[in-house]
Design a protein. Structure first.
Length: 575
């Protein structure tokens, strides 16, 4: 295992993956939707669903860019529910899907179903490894499958042993016949659903949680820790998926976690040895992605694409959206974002991808679930989607900043931006803000900068644009603001009472150079709710019509072009 590598903005490849507009997939019977996709060609892909309900399994096929109607396959007799976790399609109309079925005896059993010439056959219930509990105590399911050719596949899953601990299992199909289910060597740590990628029969890589198993010429090695923790406060690396781009190169993707967030991460194995852990940091000038991780990866010989989800906030405005990153020649791109946006008024997006399949170095397909956060919680699924991913998109000008805000200061302004979701295909490296009238400006590689040299008391607007090193975005314009500061609070308040009139005086407030005090506002309120008010440019003002015996509270504020000062107060009883 190598060292930890944290990738910053300067480490990313020149361009990142791009998403096509999403296509709504046909709704599968039951929930939670489609969880895995495999493409036999650029024009033929198959997705499988989780629990289908009503005792059926659910599949759907895309042909020439259009999804057909969902296909249902009945579970074996005696099984009441089930679902599919993964699918692999080595040829058009020839796929293998794996998952589980639950019997009337409440036994959870591993399941395999194959498609031949476009027709799905009868599901097979696989026997778990010897010594597995039976009946209601049986709990086993397949979670991953990889086919190197028609009739030659490897399925992996997990089961609960007689000791109650989770263990991993593997089942191999050779020339169309499935062999016995065998246990993989036991590993320490919590049990996780495994994933598998094979480059040829007998040569596969399995990942589950923090461990991996590598098969060479039909022999499985002992479990190996993929990568250690990158240091406090992060956990060890947890793998969600694995894909091999060649016989010597496999990549595991997932995340490291802390008590505050997840960080997307990846590790590459070369000739069976895992290398450095890559923490895929988002560029500084990108939408805030405080919680993110990678959940699936697909490879072609020179390119791999991984997909996951990112969250832009920890608080009540949390929003989740799909992300994708591209690996090529040992280098990771920055993150491409997909703005699925199914949310309506009063809702926040909660969308995420579930799987990805690449058919060439130029095209991949991802599927996922578009959802929303509602006032009562979430995310709540709205529809299943698919989108074509271009692993390396053309670099163009980024979209304009999502928002620009200004805070007036003495002789200047602090400007902050919210970066756009679309960076144009390459990380945003800077933003520039220019004040008008005039041409004073600032440029920053962070989210804010200060514009100096403005005139106190003058009204300005700021235009802001971002740059990705290739081109600058269209500008956005701030709301008008006045440079300077409000006056200081009036001091030494006094009230001189003569009859029914109080002469209120004070010491003049200070204000910035070039921004004089425009007026003073004096307000008097008695203990019965009666109010009196006067305005003046000098440092005194009479308040008349006072009622004897009533208590009055008088407040004075100074006003300049930037606003009103804090209030100064005095109280008295009219005589």
């Amino acid at each position: 295992m190598g060292a930890i590598v944290v990738l910053g903005a300067s480490d990313f490849a020149a361009a990142e993956p791009g998403f096509s507009p999403v296509q709504v997939m046909p709704t599968p019977p039951g929930l939670p939707g489609y969880g895995s996709v495999s493409c036999a060609s650029a024009t033929s892909c198959t997705a499988v669903a989780g629990p289908g309900g009503a005792g059926v399994l659910v599949m759907v096929t895309e042909s020439l860019g259009t999804w057909g109607a969902p296909v249902t396959v009945a579970l074996p007799s005696g099984d009441v529910t089930g679902g599919l976790n993964d699918v692999s399609c080595p040829s058009v109309g020839g796929c293998v899907a794996v998952g589980y079925a639950v019997s009337t005896l409440d036994a959870t059993q591993p399941l395999i179903v194959s498609e031949v010439s476009g027709t799905w056959g009868t599901p097979i219930i696989a026997a778990p490894p010897p010594g597995t509990p039976t009946g209601a105590n049986e709990f086993a399911e397949h979670s991953g499958v990889s086919c190197t050719s028609v009739g030659n596949c490897t399925a992996v899953g997990s089961y609960q042993g007689t000791d109650g601990n989770g263990q991993l299992m593997v089942e191999v199909e050779t020339s169309g016949s499935w062999g016995a289910t065998l246990s993989l060597p036991a590993a320490t740590g919590p049990s996780q659903l495994p994933r598998v990628s094979c480059t040829s029969t007998g040569n596969c890589t399995v990942v589950a949680g923090s461990n991996s198993w590598i098969e060479t010429a039909g022999t499985w090695g002992t479990p190996t820790l993929i990568a250690p923790s990158p240091g406090f406060p992060y956990s060890i690396f947890f793998a969600a998926d694995v894909a091999c781009s060649s016989t010597t190169t496999c990549i595991a993707v997932g995340h490291v976690s802390s008590d505050r967030n997840w960080q997307p991460a990846a590790v590459t194995a070369t000739s069976g040895t895992w290398g450095s852990l890559n923490l895929l940091s988002t560029p500084i000038l990108s939408p805030d992605t405080g919680v993110s991780g990678l959940g699936a990866i697909s490879c072609q010989p020179t390119v791999c694409v991984a997909v996951g989800s990112a969250s832009n906030d920890y608080g009540p405005n949390q929003q989740d959206y799909p992300i994708a990153v591209t690996w090529s020649s040992g280098t990771w791109s920055s993150m491409g974002l997909e703005d699925v946006d199914p949310a309506g008024a009063g809702q926040r997006d909660g969308s995420f991808p579930t799987s990805v399949a690449c058919t060439s170095a130029a095209q991949c397909l991802t599927i996922g679930r578009a959802g929303v956060y509602t006032p009562s919680g979430g995310p709540f699924g709205v529809y299943d989607f698919s989108a074509v991913i271009t692993p390396v998109r053309p670099v163009i000008a980024p979209a304009p900043p999502a928002a620009v805000e200004t805070v007036p200061t003495l002789s200047g302004a602090r400007v902050s931006i919210s970066p756009p979701d679309d960076d144009g295909g390459s990380p945003i490296t800077s933003f520039t803000a220019t004040a008008a009238p005039g041409s004073q400006s600032c440029t920053s590689a962070f989210h804010e900068c200060d514009i100096p040299g403005l005139v106190n008391g003058r009204r300005y607007v700021v235009t802001a644009s971002v740059s990705n090193g290739f081109a600058s975005s269209p500008p956005v314009v701030s709301i008008p603001f006045v440079v300077g500061a409000v006056p200081t609070v009036p001091t030494h308040l006094r009230a001189a009472l003569v009859g029914d009139t109080a002469s209120i005086s004070w010491r003049a407030s200070g204000s910035p150079a070039g921004e004089p005090v425009l007026r003073y506002i004096v307000q008097a309120q008695d203990d019965r709710g009666g109010r009196r008010e006067c305005a003046t440019r000098v440092d005194s003002c009479p308040i008349g019509g006072l009622v004897k015996g009533r208590k009055y509270i008088v407040s004075v504020s100074a006003v300049d072009a930037s606003g009103a000062s804090p209030l100064a107060r005095i109280q008295f009883i009219a005589r």
